[in-house]
Design a protein around this ligand. Sequence first.
Ligand code: UDP
Length: 320
Amino acid sequence: MIDDLSNIAHNPLPARIDFYPGDLRDPVFLKQTFDAVSPAGVLHFAGAVVVPESLERPLTYYSRNSYATLRLLGEMRRRSIDKLVFSSTAAVYGIPATGVVSETSPLLPINPYGQSKLFSEKIILDVQAASSSHHRPLRTAILRYFNVAGADQSLRTGQQGKSTTHLVKRIVQTLTGQQPHLHVFGTNLTTPDGSCVRDYIHVRDLVDLHVRAYRRLEVDPAPLLFNCGYGQGASVLSMVACAEQVSRRSLPTVASPPRKGDPVRLVADNSRLRHLFPDWTPVPNPLQTIIASALAWEEQLLARQMSPRPAPPPAPASDA
Ligand code: UDP
């Protein structure tokens, strides 16, 4: 596993993971890591993912998302590594007219985050096309994530970002008293309760889809590109109600203006995913599970922050 540690705040990785800290844009680091690991394929999750931040720091997003993907692909092809699973996003669709998008819907991102991921998709597809006559043509799976949320239920991993603005993270930060209230961005919109609608998917179900996509590439060279969502919308206010019910705490909210560039409704048409993997079964009660696991993870993070650091090991005896 490679990570540049830009977004890991508190949690050490499980010891059994071979971890290579570094930046995909660093060619020396990339070469040394690939020399050490000799991977058969790559699952490329790395990237910057906060939409409002991407509007303030577009160059960071094009560099960390598009350019990093380009460097990674260069290293992969030099070595004829032929399998790539890539994390893309529903932000490539921009503000869809109907609020429900299929993979063939227009690609019109409205922020640097979505655009940087669309560039990455394009780079991947072009390299794939060019590799068709190669000894080992590139096999690719592009997964367009909708709103990923929740944590591993055994609490090995969860969302850590230092500056994250995602709804579920903000909900659990409010439930744990780290902020006084939750801003509900948009309360008078053209949705049944006036707040924005998204398709939240539990991280476990998303991980499962990556494993399935990678296994498919091992046996079938056909390129994969599919939406990752349940195909069901949930409004911000319904997530608030769900959080209150799951946590049995009250969640204070403040009605706030809509966020710049927020689609009112963004829900996956997931028929392609269902067709590809008919036995894919989401976690039961996904929204409750998302909130419950995210809250348990947040509480674990807080407990770790408050517990005293372990004492440093004693200094070795001096030879003098
Ligand atoms: N949202 C909100 N309050 C928050 C954070 C998010 O009302 O503190 C809303 C946001 O406007 C959007 C939805 O929740 O409609 C999901 O936002 P998030 O940032 O989680 O993901 P996005 O859909 O922007 O990728």
